[in-house]
Design a protein around this ligand. Structure first.
Ligand code: GLA
Length: 353
């Protein structure tokens, strides 16, 4: 039998840039989807969260609109790419919260793929696994996501943040200071990125690139945007500035300047809120409070529209900030948020048990 631990992720900076082939800086976090599995003829999976078994035939893989589509999608994508695999039986659990913007879907896809890769000796490279999981999500599940989440989960490395150029897929590991804590704060507002807003942002970005005659957002300067219709100019202006911030953030972290890194994160949040229209009252509340209470920086993480925010904070303030933000949030919104103190961790790993 195999056990797979597949992490979630937070993106520290570089939001909504991946589908415009820009820069991102995520890390894998120590909240995991855990899969215990064995080879079998059919595919049969039990989810401890949904408390049900889903079963399907490998020759008739069809979307059903439920959580097991992420499992079906991986079998489908493998087949599409010409890989021959048998089935599986498995149990899914773990402590990675679902639907809170920490990439539980990519984490689940990669748990299944990592198992199949090992059990059926597919010898897929990490990058091939990331691209295959993205294909499952784009073409089978129907969410037009970029490569950020899948890449962070296959390449996550303990103690490190990943700087990734989503165009060339070249990456660099940068050590994350051990006396800085990462606080993730789930607003309690569910996020469905298969919803139209995410797809719309992506469409605008692609259309803007087409109008500008450029292949990637890396090649675009703010002056180039003058000819675009105003909404395109506003949205794409954010992407151009965010790419620049990620490069500055990479330099800041390379030289151990956490303060500068944090300020770039917070600047990213307010640009996302004011010019990309993907924040919410709850996310803004968290970012404002965390900054007031002494965080180096804070921002929404992932797609936004609810979901989670992330703050990087000095170790000695971490618990105070978590406590006070939670307390004030409950009073303000009459709603209990979740917080997690996480660290940069290894991504997906498989072992025999
Ligand atoms: C979601 C998508 C990613 C990325 C982020 C925004 O998490 O899955 O590909 O676009 O939103 O940065």
């Amino acid at each position: 039998m195999y056990r797979v631990d597949s992490s979630g992720r937070v993106n520290l900076i570089g939001e909504h840039t991946d589908y415009a082939l820009g820069y991102v800086m995520p890390m894998a976090i120590n909240l995991y989807t855990v899969l215990h599995a064995q080879e079998d003829e059919k595919a049969r999976v039990y989810s401890q969260i949904f408390r049900e078994v889903k079963e399907f035939d490998l020759d008739k893989i069809q979307r059903a609109g439920d959580w097991a589509d992420y499992v079906r999608g991986i079998f489908w994508a493998l087949k599409e790419e010409g890989h021959d695999v048998g089935g599986m039986k498995g149990i899914l659990g773990g402590d990675l919260p679902i639907g809170s913007g920490l990439s539980s879907s990519a984490s689940l896809e990669l748990a299944v793929l990592a198992f199949l890769n090992e059990a059926y000796e597919l010898n897929l490279l990490p990058i091939e696994m990331a691209l295959l999981a993205q294909k499952a999500e784009n073409e089978f599940v129907g969410v037009p996501c970029g490569i950020l989440d899948q890449f962070a989960i296959v390449h996550g490395k303990r103690g490190h943040v990943i700087f990734l150029d989503t165009d060339t897929l070249r990456h660099e590991y940068i050590g994350f200071p051990s006396d800085v804590r990462v606080l993730v704060f789930y607003t309690g507002v569910k996020r469905e990125i298969s919803g139209s807003a995410y797809a719309e942002r992506r469409k605008v970005a692609e259309e803007a690139l087409r109008l500008l005659g450029k292949r990637t957002s890396k090649e675009v300067e703010e002056e180039d945007l003058r000819s675009l219709p105003s909404l395109y100019r506003r949205f794409f202006g954010y992407i151009v500035r965010e790419n620049r911030r990620v490069l500055e953030a990479r330099d800041a972290l390379r030289s151990g300047d956490v303060r500068a890194f944090g300020e770039l994160m917070t600047a990213s949040h307010w640009d996302l809120a004011r010019n990309y229209d993907v924040s919410s009252e709850e996310l803004d509340f968290f970012v404002r409070k965390a900054a007031e209470l002494g965080a180096y920086g804070a921002k929404l993480t992932g797609a936004g529209f609810g979901g989670s925010a992330v703050a990087i904070v000095p170790e000695e303030l971490a618990l105070d900030i978590a406590m006070r933000v939670t307390d004030e949030y409950v009073r303000h919104f009459n709603w209990e948020p979740d917080y997690h103190l996480v660290s940069p961790s290894d991504g997906v790993s498989v072992r025999r048990v």
